[in-house]
Design a protein around this ligand. Structure first.
Ligand code: ZN
Length: 244
């Protein structure tokens, strides 16, 4: 919405919007710098427009409801009768294609000041595209303040990206990566379990020590993400001990 509009009212012709979907490019930390969002529920929903199963089901919300019915979900969105959102899980926004301001041809990153100074022209002749971070900085009108109803937000990264790096391969679509990904999902039901819940020893039994260590490093925040920008996704960098 903020890509095209400067406020909720500007977009929807009303301020009375109960929820917004954060999208892959933003998280609670970024959005709660915008004061008009304080009463709005944030949803973190997966995209489902990829033919690759490993790209589906990576973002989700956890809701407190009494039953799995439409009315109960509406009550959670409206925060009625004790129903509420209790967790948001989303892909780390640093991985987004347009997270930072950068050139769309050579992907060189720019501060917004330098981009403006150069009239959005890169030294290579390409166009500089403003990143989500700088757009949100324009819109922020308060210190980041989480309202009491805001649930915890867990940032995830794609499991297949961990596997491709750990195995030292070039593509997440390579057969070895896909086979190991399927094996992990069959063993532990879904990607979120593998990334956040399954004990290290059980992952190690299926996928080996290096993959288990890399997942543990992710859980401990010991993975570096080089932010994306200009149309290039961010890159995950594992520590040296994970690489084969
Ligand atoms: Zn360039």
């Amino acid at each position: 919405m903020y890509k095209e509009y400067d406020s909720i009212e500007h977009c929807y012709k009303t301020k009375n919007i109960p929820f917004l979907e954060l999208g892959l490019s933003a998280d609670t930390q970024m959005a709660d710098g915008i004061s008009e969002l304080k009463n709005i529920i944030f949803m973190t929903n997966s995209d489902a427009h990829s033919p690759w199963p490993h790209r589906v089901g990576r973002e989700f919300n956890r809701l407190k409801v009494k039953d799995n019915t439409y009315d109960e979900i509406i009550n959670a969105i409206r925060r009625r009768g004790g129903n509420k959102f209790v967790l948001n899980v989303g892909i780390d926004p640093d991985l987004g294609k347009y997270h930072m301001t950068a050139c769309t041809r050579c992907y060189k990153k720019y501060s917004i000041e330098l981009a403006i100074q150069q009239k959005n022209r890169c030294t290579c002749g390409g166009i500089i595209k403003k990143g989500v971070v700088d757009r949100i900085n324009d819109l922020c009108d308060q210190e980041v303040t989480h309202p009491p109803h805001r649930p915890r937000y867990i940032k995830t990264i794609p499991l297949a990206e961990i596997l491709v790096q750990t195995l030292g391969l070039a593509s997440v679509n390579s057969k070895k990566v896909q086979d190991l990904w399927k094996l992990l999902i069959q063993s532990f039901k879904n990607e979120i379990n593998v990334l956040l819940v399954t004990p290290r020893e059980e992952i190690e039994k299926i996928a080996g020590e290096k993959v288990a260590q890399a997942i543990l490093d992710f859980r401990n925040g010991d993975i570096y993400i080089e932010p994306g920008g200009g149309g290039m996704y961010g890159k995950i960098h594992l520590t040296d001990k994970n690489k084969s």
